[in-house]
Ligand binder design. Structure first.
Ligand SMILES: CC(C)(COP(=O)(O)OP(=O)(O)OC[C@H]1O[C@@H](n2cnc3c(N)ncnc32)[C@H](O)[C@@H]1OP(=O)(O)O)[C@@H](O)C(=O)NCCC(=O)NCCS
Length: 152
């Protein structure tokens, strides 16, 4: 089972939205089938990246990405793209969903490249406007990517 506490530390150290440690422990316990963790080759205990996701209750062939993050020291090496590819293969998902804040170029590029690799179209729509959050949080735009095929 994934080490929820280590994932919490990784998320906290790398600027992801902060959630409680309990949330990560819960994910590792109950959503293990829709999460993937990347570790270094020399030390397979230390996570350097992760994706946590869930199958939409109303549409189980659609997997929604809750969080994806890669340690700053390991970025731009294809790890996040590979995490999404593994998630797609592991779950057999038909559609991938995620939300992206408008200024997060890395995240937007990650999901658009995923769509390209899997021959899928990408549609976007406003999901949560800025004023749905407490002050200081950007809007979240939903990306819907599908239908997904094997990587090209
Ligand atoms: C978003 C994030 C997960 C990407 O991780 P990564 O392992 O560096 O991503 P990859 O190396 O797989 O890159 C995927 C694509 O995005 C591009 N990309 C990655 N970071 C980028 C950046 N800062 N600016 C522009 N493009 C970027 C890569 O070049 C690659 O495209 P390519 O295939 O055309 O080369 C990482 O930047 C991160 O953890 N950010 C902080 C947390 C976050 O914002 N998560 C998303 C919201 S929950």
């Amino acid at each position: 089972m994934a080490d929820g506490s280590a994932l919490w530390s990784l998320a906290r150290a790398n600027g992801l939205d902060e959630n409680s440690p309990y949330a990560y422990l819960l994910w590792a316990e109950y959503f293990a089938d829709t999460m993937v963790v990347a570790t270094t080759e020399d030390d397979d205990e230390t996570p350097v990246g992760f994706v946590t996701a869930f199958a939409r209750p109303d549409e189980p062939s659609t997997v929604f990405v809750w969080q994806i993050g890669v340690d700053d020291s390991h970025r731009r090496r294809g790890i996040a793209g590979s995490l999404l590819d593994h998630l797609a293969e592991w779950t057999g998902l038909e559609t991938l969903e995620a939300t992206v804040t408008p200024t997060n170029v890395a995240s937007e590029t990650l999901f658009r490249r995923f769509g390209e690799r899997h021959g899928a179209s990408v549609t976007t729509e406003d999901l949560f406007p800025e004023d749905a959050f407490p002050p200081g949080h950007e809007a979240e735009v939903r990306f819907r990517i599908g239908p997904v095929t094997s990587p090209r």
